[in-house]
Design a protein around this ligand. Structure first.
Ligand code: MG
Length: 155
């Protein structure tokens, strides 16, 4: 499982799995702030016991500044595959007050399926709100959760 949270700020793009959503605010972050890509990376790395995103791509390292998180996700997926694991499925939840996830959900699923090299029906993404409560509910942050199932290859 993976979890991530980013502050929302003006003059930032709101990006989920590389897909830009129309929004007055976007994710603040050292990289592009792609909260969903980050949660998916941690889910994959954790399930394969290969470390976590903070270890592999430390925010103190200048080479990851404004990094394209989908490229980092591709690196993680490759690492997991090379360690002998196959992704069976992955499910995600993105929580924010706005924008709405549903209008862009299929694009987001397609982007994840492509980078993870799995069928579309192995990837799902759900949008939730914070019901006005906490940093998500107050529109200050966006949170993503991801859970995945990996299978170890026999040989
Ligand atoms: Mg992050």
């Amino acid at each position: 499982m993976g979890r991530d949270l980013h502050r929302l700020a003006e003059r930032r793009r709101f990006v989920l799995a590389g897909v830009e959503l129309p929004s007055p605010k976007g994710e603040l972050g050292h990289s592009d702030g792609d909260v969903l890509a980050h949660a998916v990376m941690d889910a994959l790395l954790g399930a394969a016991a290969l470390g976590d995103i903070g270890e592999l791509f430390p925010p103190t390292d200048a080479q990851w500044k404004d990094a394209d998180s989908m490229k980092l996700l591709a690196l993680c997926a490759d690492r997991v595959k090379k360690a002998g694991w196959r992704l069976i499925n992955i499910d995600c939840v993105v929580s924010c007050e706005e924008p709405k996830i549903l209008p862009r959900r299929e694009k987001i699923r397609e982007a994840l399926a492509a980078v993870l090299d799995v069928e579309l029906n192995a990837v799902f993404v759900k949008g939730k709100t914070g019901e006005g409560l906490g940093p998500v509910g107050e529109g200050l942050a966006v949170e993503a959760l991801a859970v995945c199932l990996l299978e170890k290859n026999e040989n």
